[in-house]
Design a protein around this ligand. Structure first.
Ligand SMILES: Nc1nc2c(c(=O)[nH]1)N[C@H]1C(S)=C(S)[C@@H](COP(=O)(O)O)O[C@H]1N2
Ligand SMILES: [Mo]
Length: 211
């Protein structure tokens, strides 16, 4: 990512953190090609929803970073909190608008572990055995977070609680539910769906579903 792009994104995020964001003015065309709007927040998983107790929950963040950490629930929820409203696009053609997620911004987690210059990609692993991958610059945006709440309520087990990753600019499979481990890498490694024929770039606006 260009240094200028990074600074612009982080400034945008800082305004959100300070509560100074202007009211959202969204495009009237919010539905990416091939999608239909839903209101019932469908559930998609691998058929198993791991029962992770909060006192056993841990998030390991490591790899090409200066300061690897494993944080427990109390440490995670003590980090600066971030709420953002975004649209959610599943590759199976449903989209739901105005999803209000609260948690910890990816910028905050990156500031905590300090990625080394060699870090170019991020690999996410979940408690259900799921995994997915993204370029670092996709994660370093003002709308990316590890969420523990949806519309003010704790995220249910079915929707990936205790905590899940939200990456609004990508199809939703790029955001791991039941998040357990975040690894900064110096190369790309494909995740669960990416090795099974799904697009590695997953951009809803270009109908970029399969590889
Ligand atoms: N751990 C995990 N994360 C996952 C999945 C999964 O099966 N396991 N499914 C992905 C897919 S395909 C989508 S569309 C969204 C669905 O989130 P939801 O069930 O809350 O709608 O989670 C994504 N993250
Ligand atoms: Mo999906």
């Amino acid at each position: 990512m260009l240094k200028e792009d990074y600074i612009v994104r982080k400034e945008r995020w800082a305004r959100k953190m300070a509560g100074k964001k202007e009211p959202l003015v969204r495009s009237t065309n919010r539905l990416p090609p091939g999608q239909r709007e839903v209101h019932n927040f469908p559930i998609l998983d691998l058929g198993l929803q791991p029962d992770v107790q909060l006192d056993k929950w841990e998030l390991k963040i490591h790899g090409h970073v200066e300061n690897p950490v494993t944080i427990n629930w109390a440490q995670f929820t003590a980090l600066p909190q971030f709420t953002d409203t975004s649209d959610f696009h599943c590759v199976t053609t449903w989209s739901q608008f105005d999803m209000k997620f609260t948690g910890v911004a990816f910028f905050t987690l990156a500031d905590l572990v300090k990625p080394k210059p060699s870090a170019t990609h991020v690999f996410f692993k979940s408690y259900d055995g799921y995994s997915t991958n993204n370029p670092l610059d996709v994660c370093m945006d003002d709308d990316v977070l590890v969420a523990h709440s949806w519309n003010g309520q704790p995220i249910s087990k079915a929707h990936g609680g205790p905590a899940r990753v939200i990456i609004p600019k990508r199809y939703a499979w790029k955001g791991a539910k039941f998040i357990r481990e975040i690894t900064f890498l110096d190369r790309d490694i494909l995740g669960f769906w990416e090795v099974r024929g799904y697009s590695n770039t997953a951009d809803p606006w270009t109908d970029d579903r399969f590889s």
